[in-house]
Design a protein around this ligand. Structure first.
Ligand SMILES: Nc1ncnc2c1ncn2[C@@H]1O[C@H](COP(=O)(O)OP(=O)(O)OP(=O)(O)O)[C@@H](O)[C@H]1O
Ligand SMILES: [Mg+2]
Length: 328
């Protein structure tokens, strides 16, 4: 068996008549980030719960840091860090006490626990609030404290369930930095997100999930070029040239050119925008069409998701089926 820190095969989990997990395979190589990307109800939290031993799969298998998540659950728990979708902090302790208490649980000793808490409070930009009880923290601060708590034991394998949900844009970017640094130091991370940009920025591998199934996987670039293709947006100096321009470039695209005659914009789908551009310009020149500008649009992960599911990731899968109250 290979030694990837996170491996899972054919995981199934059913809640009543909802198939939360309908045969999921995952492999996360050491020191990389895998993002589970999907809308509400896709099964992301269920996957995290199974891999972190909180929920047993109905069938299939998973190994984390070499340990079976069902038969060796205690060993798995001793190796991993988890920041769940709902921040688990003790409201009656201060920020610092929350972290020091976990240090003691890890048997770090008083001094080392203090030291580690200070480092993490600093990293998570919570140093100024360290002495306040967590009850007084904002939602974003609680998230960051919870994340800090998951890092106290320097776990080699880290699970983050929607780590930046509820953070403001600045907080999100700061957290991406923290995660990136952990990974650079060798930590293996599985995170879930509904944010395409987050997966794009952080993940080495993206697994797109929908209704308990993997609908696609690959690097952000692979997903984009498999399902999107580039688009050249040709802005015409004279909008009345639109039809002539579309005709001139018709044979150069991978599909039909779209024309917005009012705006004087012709959009051409192509495999590789940079490679196609010279010929496009030549053809337009030959047809005596003057350009005022050209935009090369790479597809976004949003485009990919749309192509695969017919809806955007933020239109919820749960809307399509019954949702129990305690669903996370
Ligand atoms: N304990 C449970 N009891 C019943 N149904 C559940 C339970 N946990 C999850 N489900 C259902 O399983 C499906 C997958 O849920 P899951 O929480 O894994 O989705 P998710 O991708 O994490 O969604 P979100 O983005 O909303 O967090 C949903 O339809 C959910 O309602
Ligand atoms: Mg979830």
């Amino acid at each position: 068996m290979s030694d990837e820190p996170i491996q899972a095969g054919d995981l199934h989990k059913r809640y009543g008549n909802v198939e939360a997990m309908a045969g999921i395979d995952l492999t996360v190589p050491a020191g990389t980030v895998l993002a589970l990307l999907g809308p509400n109800g896709a099964g992301k939290t269920t996957a995290v719960h199974i891999l972190t031993t909180l929920v047993r799969p109905d069938s299939g298998w998973a190994r984390v840091a070499g340990h079976d998540v069902v038969r060796e659950a205690a060993s798995v728990r001793a190796t991993i860090g988890l920041a769940g979708q709902l921040a688990a902090v003790d409201d009656f302790l201060t920020g610092r006490e929350n972290l020091e208490q976990i240090g003691q649980l890890y048997h770090l000793g008083r001094r080392a626990s203090r030291q580690r808490a200070s480092e993490l409070l600093e990293t998570m930009d919570l140093a100024d609030a360290a002495h306040r009880t967590a009850r007084t923290f904002s939602g974003g601060m609680r998230r960051r404290l919870d994340l800090a708590a998951s890092l106290v034991g320097r776990p080699p394998v880290l699970f983050l369930d929607e780590p930046t949900t509820g953070l403001d844009p600045q907080g999100r970017i700061a957290l991406w930095d923290v995660i990136r640094r952990l990974v650079d130091d060798g930590t293996t991370v599985l995170l879930t997100t509904q944010y395409l940009e987050e997966a794009d920025r952080l993940a080495d591998q993206i697994v797109m999930m929908h209704l308990g199934r993997v609908i696609s996987r690959g690097t952000a670039d692979e997903l984009k070029s498999a399902y999107g293709g580039d688009r050249l947006e040709l802005r015409l100096a004279d909008p009345s040239d639109s039809a002539r321009a579309a005709g001139a470039v018709a044979t150069l695209g991978t599909g039909q050119a779209q024309t917005d005659a009012d705006a004087g914009v012709v959009t051409l789908p192509v495999d590789d925008g940079a490679a196609a551009l010279p010929a496009v310009v030549r053809h337009l020149d030959g047809a005596q069409v003057k350009l005022s500008g050209v935009l090369l649009r790479r597809p976004s992960l949003d485009d990919v998701f749309l192509a695969l599911t017919g809806s955007s990731p933020d239109t919820t899968a749960d809307a399509k089926r019954h949702v129990p109250a305690e669903a996370g």
